[in-house]
Design a protein. Structure first.
Length: 732
């Protein structure tokens, strides 16, 4: 690559984007104005709502006024202007006297009737008319015997009616109930005093909670900061994506519409240099959008948040947050560039906005879930690790130290993800059918006739992706299949009907060489024992990785042990029969390999480079398992089995590998007496963990060495040479 060419393209694209007023408004003007205007507007709305009078209608108001119990202020009294006010609001309240004053001023009480029967429980609907007419927000029914029974130390009933679907009515109900609680407490204390009983007689012990002892204003500020801690990363991540997507669509799809893409492609610049120039431009705008949002939020918090802890947006936090935003923006920029390259027009590019947001939302919303905190596992998850680290940085707790140890675990994966996304964008620009894609008219009849008449010899990449989508949908539908049936039967049916059948039928119906399309070739003789030995070497490191992941979630580990489908069979039979070995070990090895290392990998090799096809098929294989906690082990397994299939040009050795690997996990369940020695705990747990780690490391090194020998030795059979893509170097 030539940096001078990249710089020229970068400066050119920056200049063109800076001339676009809409882009400048989205990138610079909107973030700067959004948060101050939103902050001021929300404060005004909150103030206006608090000043709006909220009405409580009372039936039998005479039973709440006057002297109810000697020495106790009644709940309601005349305000001297023909109206009523809440007298209990004058009672001292240690938390927030100002709040009680606001309640007294803003809560309007209206008398709706003077005579109420003693027990109106049989016909409460007759009193709801003012609520339905929205004349009042809450109705209080005081029976005509309420005062008398209260004076006789009885327990009279007070009926409260509200509109269930109305938020204002619920707020008024909450406020009025709090005032009733304070009034009831005052009456109870007076009754204790009259009987010479200590006021705390009904309170057996005292709770000293420093948090609840704080003033109400301080507690509200703390809750608001906690909300900001969770929402701040969410807003920043979504704005980073928005800042990358709009320039990417304009730089790719917009140039196609303007007719300038062809001029750029025939220039002396290579495709990779063009991608780098456009990528740097998008990165600048995405990072600028995120940084301006960060700065605007900080200024708004400093200006309008006088009651909030100022440490939430201290300068050091802004610096490290800006550092985290850069790789995040690079990742979104590369992904958006690849998507923009595929779009034929700006309108079509905007259609891809929602799928990208829908893919990003689960990753960032994971940080809003309770109990999700920064850990070694979550730091490896794209977007989620950055959002969790931002939450830690903005924490105003002076006792919380900066999580320095997580910077590298979070930044390093994001750099890798950004590089992979950029390689994907370069791959998109290398394909002429992507850059110069014409309008596509959807005609299902014509498409189906062409699909079955003009069959290709091997599956295409599109057919491979469709096969995976079909497998994923069938896997999801099979989760509720046959709940009352035995585990053995359910597993067998799902493997045969939902995993093996789709690729088999697609190969028979859509290709002219189904056997080659499923990679059902005779492999070299040495590949059988080599695959079995490699599987044995992969068991300890992958088992150690699985235990390491499960140790991060002890609750999940216990749940899997108690509620796994095999637990019942183990408890009832004392072990599993040989039929379980066939269904749980042999069938997955045959069916899943036929689908992923057979049909899907063969189709992906038609379009992608061999290594790209390996990693992509492994990613799909790990995703198919629908187990986020086992994603990493399954991905590594998929890579190893895909490399074996490519090296031998056959799916049979990968089936052997998969079968042997499954046997090592199923055999202890089938023969518990033979493997009982593995469950002994004579040694200390620390020593066992150390020995297991050493064994896993040694086996991992041996497995890598054996796999390297398999890939570098031998020659590719000439009979299958046409099936390989032109860019493949695995078998050369």
């Amino acid at each position: 690559m030539r940096w001078s060419i990249i710089r020229v393209i970068w400066v050119r694209e920056l200049r063109d984007q800076l001339r676009d007023r809409r882009t400048l408004f989205m990138i610079a003007v909107l973030p700067i104005l959004l948060y101050p205007l939103a902050g001021v507007g929300l404060m005004e709305l909150a103030a206006g709502f608090s000043q709006k009078p909220q009405v409580v209608g009372v039936y039998g108001v005479e039973n709440l006024t006057g002297s109810v119990v000697k020495g106790i202020t009644p709940l309601l009294e005349e305000d001297g202007k023909g109206g009523l006010q809440v007298a209990s609001a004058y009672l001292d309240h240690p938390d927030d006297p100002a709040m009680l004053s606001r309640e007294r001023q803003l809560l309007e009480v209206r008398a709706l009737g003077d005579s109420v029967e003693a027990s109106p429980t049989d016909d409460l609907a007759a009193y709801r008319k003012p609520l339905e007419d929205h004349a009042v927000d809450l109705v209080v029914i005081v029976p005509n015997d309420f005062k008398r029974r209260l004076q006789d130390d009885d327990h009279p009933s007070l009926f409260v009616l509200g509109r269930d679907s109305d938020e204002t009515s619920r707020i008024v109900n909450t406020r009025f109930t709090l005032m009733l609680a304070r009034w009831r407490k005052a009456i109870k204390e007076l009754r204790f005093e009259q009987r010479h009983i200590p006021p705390n007689f009904d309170d057996p012990f005292k709770i000293d909670d420093p948090e609840r002892a704080k003033p109400a204003a301080e507690r509200a500020a703390t809750n608001l900061v906690a909300l900001m801690l969770r929402m701040f990363p969410f807003i920043l991540v979504m704005w980073s994506l928005a800042g990358a997507l709009y320039p990417a669509v304009d730089l790719c799809a917009g140039e196609k519409e303007r007719g300038t893409m062809e001029t750029l492609l025939i220039s002396p610049a290579s495709r990779e240099e063009i991608v780098w120039g456009k990528f740097l431009t998008i990165w600048v705008f995405s990072a600028a959008t995120a940084l301006l949002n960060l700065l605007s939020m900080a200024v708004t918090a400093w200006t309008l948040g006088s009651q909030l802890p100022l440490d939430a947006f201290r300068p050091a936090v802004l610096f490290w947050s800006a550092l985290l935003v850069l790789p995040l923006s690079a990742f979104f920029s590369a992904v958006s560039l690849a998507v923009g390259a595929y779009a034929r027009s700006s309108k079509e590019g905007q259609y891809y906005l929602m799928p990208l947001f829908l893919v990003t939302l689960p990753l960032v919303c994971l940080t809003l879930a309770p109990g999700v905190e920064l850990s070694p596992l979550y730091s490896m998850v794209p977007v989620t690790g950055v959002a969790l680290l931002l939450q830690k940085l903005i924490s105003p707790d002076p006792q919380a130290s900066v999580p320095w140890l997580y910077f590298i675990p979070v930044l390093a994966p994001m750099v890798v993800y950004s590089w992979l996304a950029l390689r994907w964008a370069i791959e998109q620009f290398q394909r002429e059918e992507v850059l110069f894609r014409e309008a596509e008219r959807l005609d299902m009849g014509l498409w189906l006739r062409r699909l079955f008449r003009e069959k290709e010899a091997l599956p295409t990449a599109g057919q491979a992706f469709f096969c995976f989508a079909l497998l994923l949908v069938l896997r999801w539908l099979s989760l509720g299949f046959g709940r009352d049936q035995p585990v053995l039967s359910i597993t067998a049916v799902c493997q045969l009907a939902f995993t093996a059948a789709p690729p088999l039928f697609m190969a028979l119906l859509l290709t002219t060489r189904p056997r080659q399309g499923l990679a059902l070739r005779l492999p070299p003789a040495w590949s059988w024992p080599a695959a079995a030995l490699l599987a044995v070497l992969c068991v300890p490191p992958l088992a150690w990785l699985t235990l390491l992941i499960l140790d991060q979630f002890p609750g999940l580990k216990l749940l899997l042990e108690e509620h796994h489908p095999l637990t019942g069979a183990l408890q009832s039979n004392g072990g599993l029969s040989i039929n379980y070995l066939l269904v749980l070990a042999v069938m997955p090895a045959l069916c899943e390999e036929l689908a992923f290392r057979g049909f899907i990998l063969t189709g992906l090799r038609r379009r992608f480079h061999a290594w790209t096809a390996v990693f992509l098929s492994s990613f799909l294989f790990a995703l198919f398992q629908m187990n986020v906690f086992q994603f990493a082990p399954h991905f590594i397994l998929g890579v190893v089995m895909a490399l074996i299939a490519l090296r031998t040009n056959s799916v049979a050795p990968s089936m052997v590998f998969h079968l042997v690997y499954n046997l090592f996990f199923i055999a202890p369940l089938v023969f518990p007496q033979v493997f009982a020695v593995l469950n002994t705990k004579e040694s200390g747990s620390g020593l066992q963990s150390l020995l297991l780690g050493i064994l896993a490391g040694v086996c991992a090194l041996l497995a890598v060495g054996l796999l390297a020998v398999m890939l570098l030795s031998g020659k590719r059979p000439a009979a299958v040479a046409p099936a390989l893509p032109s860019g493949s170097r695995l078998n050369s």
